[in-house]
Design a protein around this ligand. Structure first.
Ligand code: C2E
Ligand code: MG
Ligand code: MG
Length: 711
């Protein structure tokens, strides 16, 4: 029963309970009404019977005394219509029946119950049972008739019993009372039932159904269907509850939306890079795990490309971090457009991106070829200038590639190897890609050793300056020298190409740069004093972007110049790469202005390989363009390099700048440059970079040297 009840819906249970309550109440009230009515009727009838018996006894006194049975019969016959009377008999003192009247229509099953005084329904019911008659025996007394046959009353005599009246109530009549009482009870119960059910129905309509609706709506809310509930059929309280519920669901809906959006955001943050929207390191590792299992199952290869933006630090430092962020976003977009649906592109952090190229051939050479082509394509796409906040900026990427499963078969090692290959690409002149080779690992270890060694290079006097002469083929004179840094470390000469980027990254370039300036000016000073060089001979030093961007650069440079070359600031030439000029901000303008007003000259080194637009040529007080040696190298064989050189020379002439070619190695190159209008030359043809003492000797001997280009 309990289980059945529990299985019913709440509203049905409520209705059932309600109906049961109404039913029980109706039956109880009906029963009570019936009983009370019955008891009252019974007691009243009994009372009447007692009265009737006593009246009969009084009125029969004389007839009994005189034994006039006929009188008595007539008297009793008149009582036939008294309701409920079963029988009446009048007996004399010897119990001889004088008269009787019987209305017995129901057989007696038990002897009549004798009752002289008041009798309750309950007593009658429990003592004799419902079938029994209630018999009243009332004595007939006489005080006057002393003797049998006496006609006159003697009022002084004691009363004497001369007979008795026996009177019984009829069951038939009682049944009628019972029926009436029961009907009354039933009527009351029905009335209560109808009223109760009406109330119950009203409650169902006004409370249960609205509650049911509310419960359904609440379930809907749990399942995400936030719809307003209409409780118009309910009472005002229900309507109020409905309104409160609707307000709550609206609030819940908003709250749910917020929670869902937070959830989505958190999920996104967990797997995607916030700045670029690309996959992050976590998602990349997931994808990489998948790639590794797929390559093993399908016997194919995959390539992991590790991309690092060249010189991104400069962009950040000069153009600001928000500019850098925007550049990264644009880069991410271009990368995203380059990949197929089965590939992945992720940002590892900073300016590092990683791509997974899936489904490459199982053959290593083929896979290498395909991955190389993609890397090339990416290189081209990313070298197209970016237009950011009115600035046109060009970038390049160094890309390292590791193949799976050939180079590694776990994700950590694959990323590490691609990273290693990327460093190799960086040291190989950037803007290129390199494949991983086991020997690169040694290179990584070497870089670490170099970084540690470089920190002590200055203290240990391991740095040396070499000088390479610059020659003017018009006058046949040496006009200057470029100071080139050398590092003698652990019995090896380390190339600046290798350690200058390290110095830039670690910030060591600042003290090293100051040492270079100091040493170069000291040498020049000495050469001037000893007459090795002419008064207009200049020394060029290379300046890395972090040095040039330092707010104190101009002041400190001028201090050193004033100390070592007080009368000839023009003898110092600063060689800047184009990356130094990424943004013409006020600090850079001021540095230029201060130094050039003091007479310091500026040259743009490696001209033609830069990353920014040429507009800087007119914005800054420049003096010299140094044609990059890559153009000079092939100017004889490659007509396009020759064309570029001619264009640079024409442009320099147009802008009133001097032009010098570096990396001149052959007579042909020298002749071509001279013919094209570039008269200043620097390169192995004349001399390789050499220590200061050798340089002094070289200059001394040079007076007597036959100059090859003069011919
Ligand atoms: P750079 O300023 O363009 O220097 C010219 C490079 O070309 C030098 O390499 C020089 O030795 C080399 N070179 C000169 N003539 C020829 C030639 O005929 N053929 C060939 N193949 N090479 C020639 P080096 O000394 O290895 O320097 C490489 C780069 O390192 C320099 O390029 C410069 O960017 C940087 N560097 C050198 N010294 C310093 C320095 O003191 N400070 C900074 N910041 N960078 C420096
Ligand atoms: Mg240089
Ligand atoms: Mg150069």
């Amino acid at each position: 029963m309990k289980r059945v009840l529990n299985a019913l819906p709440m509203a049905a249970r409520f209705n059932l309970l309600n109906t049961a309550l109404v039913l029980v109440t109706a039956l109880s009230v009906g029963f009570i009404v019936s009983y009370v009515q019955l008891a009252r009727q019974f007691e009243a009838r009994h009372e009447q019977s007692l009265v009737l018996a006593s009246l009969l006894a009084e009125t029969s006194e004389y007839a009994v005394y005189t034994r006039q049975g006929g009188v008595l019969d007539r008297q009793l016959a008149r009582m036939r219509d008294v309701p409920g009377l079963a029988y009446v008999e009048i007996l004399d003192e010897r119990d001889r029946q004088l008269a009787q009247m019987k209305v017995l229509d129901v057989p007696l099953t038990s002897p009549p119950i004798q009752a002289q005084g008041p009798l309750t329904l309950w007593q009658w019911w429990t003592e004799a049972g419902p079938q029994a008659l209630v018999e009243i025996v009332h004595p007939i007394t006489s005080s006057g008739f002393q003797e049998e046959g006496a006609l006159f009353l003697d009022v002084s005599a004691d009363p004497k019993i001369i007979g008795q009246v026996r009177l019984a109530m009829s069951l038939t009549y009682f049944e009628e009372i019972v029926r009436h009482s029961l009907w009354l009870g039933v009527a009351v119960a029905l009335a209560i039932l109808i009223i109760g059910l009406g109330v119950s129905l009203a409650m169902t309509a006004r409370i249960t159904l609205p509650l049911k609706k509310l419960a359904l709506a609440a379930h809907g809310v749990i399942q995400g269907q936030v719809e307003p509930v209409n409780l118009k059929s309910g009472g005002p309280e229900m309507r109020e509850l409905g309104q409160a519920f609707n307000l709550m669901t609206t609030w819940l809906g908003d709250y749910r939306l917020k929670v869902e959006s937070y959830q989505a955001m958190l999920e996104h943050q967990a797997y995607y890079d916030e700045l670029t929207g690309l996959a992050n390191r976590t998602l990349l590792k997931d994808h990489l795990r998948l790639t590794l299992t797929q390559t093993a199952r399908r016997q194919c290869s995959a390539a992991l490309l590790f991309l690092d933006l060249d010189r991104f630090k400069y962009v950040n430092d000069t153009l600001g971090h928000s500019f850098g962020d925007q550049l990264l976003q644009e880069v991410a977009q271009r990368l995203h457009h380059q990949i197929r649906a089965c590939d992945t592109v992720a940002r590892m952090g900073g300016d590092e991106f990683v791509m997974i190229l899936n489904d490459l051939s199982g053959d290593r050479d083929q896979a290498e070829h395909d991955a190389g082509q993609v890397a090339e394509q990416i290189g081209q796409v990313l070298s197209r200038p970016f237009e950011i906040r009115g600035h046109e900026i060009s970038t390049s990427f160094s890309i390292g590639i590791a193949l799976c499963p050939h180079d590694a078969d776990d994700s950590e090692a694959l990323i590490r190897n691609a990273d290693c290959a990327m460093y190799e690409a960086k040291t190989r002149g950037r803007n290129t890609h390199r494949f991983y080779k086991p020997s690169l690992q040694q290179r990584g270890a070497r870089l670490l050793t170099l970084e540690t060694g470089l920190k002590r290079a200055l203290e240990q006097n391991e740095l040396v300056l070499h000088f390479q002469p610059k020659y003017d083929c018009r006058s046949g004179r040496l006009v200057g020298a470029e100071a080139l840094l050398r590092w003698h470390f652990k019995d090896m000469w380390i190339s600046p190409i290798e350690f200058i980027p390290l110095a830039e990254e670690t910030g060591l370039i600042l003290p090293i740069g100051e040492w270079v300036l100091e040493t170069a000016l000291q040498c020049l000073n000495e050469w001037r004093q000893t007459g090795v060089v002419d008064a207009d001979f200049h020394v060029g030093i290379n300046v890395a972007p972090p040095q040039f961007w330092h707010p104190d650069f101009a002041r400190r440079t001028l201090e050193t110049v004033a100390r070592l070359l007080p009368n000839a600031p023009g003898a110092l030439e600063l060689e800047l790469t184009e990356s130094c000029l990424l943004r013409p901000n006020e600090d850079i303008q001021r540095t230029f202005a201060t130094l050039s007003q003091a007479g310091v000259r500026f040259a743009i080194d490696d001209f033609g390989t830069g990353y920014s637009s040429l507009s800087y040529l007119k914005q800054f007080p420049l003096d010299v363009l140094k044609i990059d040696q890559s153009f000079v190298r092939d100017c004889i064989d490659d007509p396009s390099d020759a064309t570029i050189i001619r264009a640079i020379i024409a442009m320099a002439r147009g802008l009133g700048l001097e032009v010098i070619a570096e990396g001149v190695e052959t007579q042909e190159q020298a002749a071509f440059l001279k013919e094209a209008g570039c008269h200043l030359l620097q390169g192995y043809l004349l001399a390789k970079p050499m220590p200061a003492t050798d340089f002094a000797d070289f200059c001394n001997n040079f007076q007597h040297h036959s100059i090859p280009w003069k011919r």
